[in-house]
Write a protein that binds this ligand. Structure first.
Ligand code: ADP
Length: 261
């Protein structure tokens, strides 16, 4: 696992990932654009587990996609592991994503014809060297050392989720992003998965989970609320206040201009 960013070893900005006054607008067929993220300030420390809650349509997927470099903000800045990654080329973005981000998708997204160990090693397929040993180590850590050669259909939901988490960690990311990580799991299995997240964060990885599950909120260090693209509680206490005042002024000005501030 990564030795980067142990909890007491902050990156340059102190955050593993950071959004400053991020706006995401989607064009909507001739009408007013949809504002999916409305001046979002968000920062997560290494080794912190943040749950993002909010109603459907509030911008949670957009937030994950922007955090995970799958989509770019319309305005604002994005920093990853202390580096500004707001305006990267496609190649730069792909590289940064691969080096620093792990994704755990809803419904796992495992490849059905690959074994557990092959699924975990898959993100390294085009890299020099063989990651099979590392993948096997990771699976061993997650209690799946005896399931290396099983295909996804031969695994339970909780086991599949563990394989998905191991795959997300194969490149030693600074940030682990999870979309409804306990969504399709029973309570006991969900708790086991959240226990895995606790171990991951203890190694300095920043974990962000979008969720509707109160259990995830129980395990999280911080719960932030996203409603109509406005994030509440996005910054950890006592950090980042110097970056907070200006973006919020801009956002307040936009709200007042729209007549809802
Ligand atoms: P959530 O994940 O909380 O359900 P989303 O991030 O999916 O919310 O969506 C936030 C808002 O942005 C919604 O109003 C949605 O309709 C809109 N939206 C999301 N993706 C697109 C897109 N590609 N094009 C246009 N509008 C979109």
């Amino acid at each position: 696992m990564s030795d980067r960013g142990a909890p007491d070893e902050p990156t340059e900005t102190g955050y593993a990932v950071e959004l400053r006054d991020v706006v995401k607008r989607y064009p909507s067929g001739g009408g007013e654009p949809v504002v999916a993220l409305d001046g979002v300030d968000f920062a997560v420390r290494p080794g912190e587990f943040v749950a993002v809650v909010g109603p459907s349509g509030s911008g949670k997927s957009t937030l994950l996609n922007v955090l995970g470099l799958l989509d770019d903000p319309t305005a604002g800045r994005r920093l990853l592991d202390g580096t500004d990654v707001t305006n990267l080329s496609v190649a730069g973005r792909t590289r940064a994503r691969k080096e620093s981000i792990g994704f755990v998708f809803q419904d796992f997204h495992l490849l059905p014809t690959l074994t557990a160990v092959e699924n975990v090693a898959m993100p390294t397929a085009f890299d020099p060297g063989d990651a099979t040993d590392r993948a096997a180590d990771l699976l061993g850590r997650f209690g799946l050392g005896d399931r290396l050669d099983h295909e996804p259909t031969e695994l339970s939901g909780g086991q599949k989720q563990r394989v998905a988490i191991a795959r997300a960690l194969i490149n030693e990311p600074a940030v682990l992003l999870a979309d409804e990580p306990t969504g399709n799991l029973d309570t006991e299995t969900g708790e086991a998965i959240l226990g895995e997240f606790e171990r991951v964060k203890a190694e300095g990885v920043a974990v962000v989970a979008v969720t509707h599950d109160p259990l995830v909120e129980e395990y999280a260090d911080r719960v932030v609320d996203l409603t109509d693209g406005v994030l509440t509680g996005g910054l950890p206490d006592g950090l980042g206040s110097e970056t907070r005042s200006e973006p919020n002024r801009e956002r307040d000005a936009r709200r007042i201009a729209r007549g809802d501030g």
